[in-house]
Design a protein around this ligand. Sequence first.
Ligand SMILES: Cc1ncc(C[n+]2csc(CCOP(=O)(O)OP(=O)(O)O)c2C)c(N)n1
Ligand SMILES: [Mg+2]
Length: 350
Amino acid sequence: MATATKSTTGTGARTTGRSRGAAKKAAPAIAEFDKDQELHAYKEMLLIRRFEEKAGQLYGMGYIGGFCHLYIGQEAVVVGMQMAKKDGDQMITAYRDHGHMLAMDLDPKGVMAELTGRRGGLSKGKGGSMHMFSKEKHFYGGHGIVGAQVSLGTGIGFANKYRENGNVCMTFFGDGAANQGQIYESFNMAALWKLPVIYVIENNRYGMGTSVERASSTTDLSQRGVSFGIPGEQVDGMDVRAVMAASENALEYCRAGKGPFILEMITYRYRGHSMSDPAKYRSKDEVQKMRTEHDPIEQVRARLLDANWATEDELKAIDKDVRARVAEAAEFAQTDPEPDPSELYTDILL
Ligand SMILES: Cc1ncc(C[n+]2csc(CCOP(=O)(O)OP(=O)(O)O)c2C)c(N)n1
Ligand SMILES: [Mg+2]
């Protein structure tokens, strides 16, 4: 999607002299959205928010077993990237993956039914919250091992280059994962072979109950590619316009054959690490401040109203539609049968 930006820096990579090894790109200014883009961002983010709220409810009611990591608060990251990408670009992420699937246009019914372990789920009810894929929609999971998806995403980038298909693999991981060894092996290969991969670090300030400051010797994670010559930048991950502008820039860099790019999205998760996290490592005030001052959906809502691009009633109608879609998904996820026992030995490597 073409976007006007207020950037005066252009889209080419350039150094600011801040770091010796890698180019630190000047952050592009925030993209100016037109009415359609604001409405699109609003609907997409709201779908993720309402879906996750419902998943939380179903978990509480006992319909979802095992792990369930909600994405509430981080919606602008995946939606901004979705708005910048081209058809064919891939996404791969860790276990906090429901939002990525919805952004990649996967049917909410299939995602929700996977959470409840039903046969209509995206992995036929055998994968659960952390293990869903869709080759057709270019979504490569859903991974429970912290950092493992980064090597896989690098491999997808390798395949893109080998096939000369012009696609870029957006490889997401967290601030906690950013300290994993295989990330740096991947960085080395991606830079050496100039692979089209955007490493998207979703820095939500915590890895389980440990803050970035307690876990990381350096906290500007955008600079983790310096020793490999990989440029990186920090982005306001609560502002969908900033995410889209930075993503367009990074995608263009990768598509031009210049190699990988790091985007550190500064974001925040409102809920605990998983459904079983009492979140005692942070104050309620901290969460409340983010919700009231930086909420990604409220920001778009306020702009839509300010510009007279939507009325309160129209926004209510959008919310009603989104809730109806999510209710339909939840109904399906509660009534669809569980997998037949004969499925126990299918789709596995023996
Ligand atoms: C290799 C490995 N080590 C530890 C864990 C346990 N674990 C699950 S999530 C997590 C924290 C990761 O935090 P971060 O990368 O910041 O992602 P976030 O949950 O904040 O999205 C840990 C340590 C794991 N799943 N895999
Ligand atoms: Mg984190």
